[in-house]
Design a protein around this ligand. Structure first.
Ligand SMILES: NCCC[C@H](NC(=O)CCC(=O)O)C(=O)O
Ligand SMILES: NC(=O)OP(=O)(O)O
Length: 312
């Protein structure tokens, strides 16, 4: 594999899930595969799980991870081609990506959307610029529109925890105080579309995700109807896609409660705002899979790194 920037880079999700489970059983089995190979992790945005689990994954494979917070610590990077750089940016991505490629055998990048300019966000200008100007494989650690390491993790977690051959999975919009990206929801949708599950999205009107991603997936605006007989409920806030980046509705009635969850398992990518997205009784119950999801981030990343190492 030469890159991992989308759930669509997974050729066979079922076999990837099985391979990730094998790595989880025996994380150090391939501890020499990445010897003398360097993974560069570049963060334009904050992170706890991605930053630590991706390093842990690299260490399990014998790689050397090096990490940089690009925003603030590095020179301001210019992404526009042909621009006269007489403003606040000091270094063009053409040099920056080429230079990082001298030090690293792979580059992982986190770059959230602006949520102001839909066209620019959808063009994935930061991630795509790294892919264009880096001479080594690029991994997304959450881009403007996708979070493929999270989506793969969520697929592994559902596979591990399902008692049914074809469970019912609900992606349920949740209230939030900030305008959040669509990336986690988009990658979860893409992962569920590849799995043998009954999948429904529930969100208030005005919050439908990009139809190019949701495709034929059912969208139910009545949360109670959607949650009926669910086996897994994935709560997540996202800002409006239609009225791009806006908060239209902070209706606290969409918070996930123990009563609404019923017998389902609860999922969230974290970080989660307690008693806004989901109540304490949900997060503190045995039905919550959020810590196992965070654990599985390591093995999802480890499989991605392994597949790229095998192809270097
Ligand atoms: N990487 C996982 C989620 C990151 C981001 N969440 C956040 O920014 C939450 C921040 C807050 O709660 O203020 C998101 O939704 O895409
Ligand atoms: N779930 C996730 O990506 O968490 P971080 O933002 O903390 O990396």
């Amino acid at each position: 594999m030469k890159k991992y920037t989308s759930i669509n880079d997974i050729d066979n999700l079922t076999s990837w899930i099985e391979e990730a489970k094998e790595l989880k059983e025996n994380p150090l089995k391939h501890c020499a595969l990445g010897t003398k190979k360097t993974l560069g992790l570049l963060f334009f945005n904050t992170s706890l799980r991605t930053r630590l689990s991706t390093q842990k994954a690299a260490l399990n494979l014998g790689m050397d991870p090096i990490v940089m917070n690009v925003s603030g610590d590095a020179w301001g990077i210019e992404f526009e081609d042909g621009s006269i750089m007489n403003g606040s940016t000091a270094e063009h991505i053409k040099e920056a990506a080429a230079v990082v490629s001298q030090y690293c055998d792979m580059i992982a990048v986190r770059a959230f959307p602006s949520l102001k300019d839909k066209e620019q966000d959808e063009a994935e200008h930061v991630l795509k610029a790294f892919m264009k100007y880096a001479s080594v494989p690029v991994i997304s650690m959450e881009s403007a529109t996708e979070h493929p390491l999270q989506g793969f993790t969520d697929a592994i977690t559902i596979s591990e925890n399902t008692k049914k051959k074809r469970p019912k999975v609900v992606l349920s919009w949740a209230p939030h105080v900030n305008a959040l990206p669509h990336a986690v929801a988009n990658s979860f949708v893409q992962a569920m579309q590849k799995m043998d599950v009954e999948f429904i999205i529930t969100n208030p009107k005005g919050y439908n995700l990009n139809s190019a991603i949701t495709k034929e997936t059912t969208i139910e605006h009545d949360q109670i109807v959607a949650l009926k007989n669910a086996d897994f409920v994935y709560a997540k806030n996202w800002s409006s896609y239609e009225d791009y980046g806006k908060i239209l509705n902070t209706d606290t009635a969409w918070m996930l409660t123990k009563e609404k969850l019923g017998n389902a398992k609860f999922m969230h990518c974290l970080p989660v705002r307690r008693n806004l997205v989901a109540e304490d009784a949900v997060l503190d119950s045995n039905a919550s899979l959020v810590i196992e999801q965070a654990n599985n981030r390591t093995y999802a990343a480890q499989l991605v790194l392994k597949k790229i190492l095998e192809n270097l």
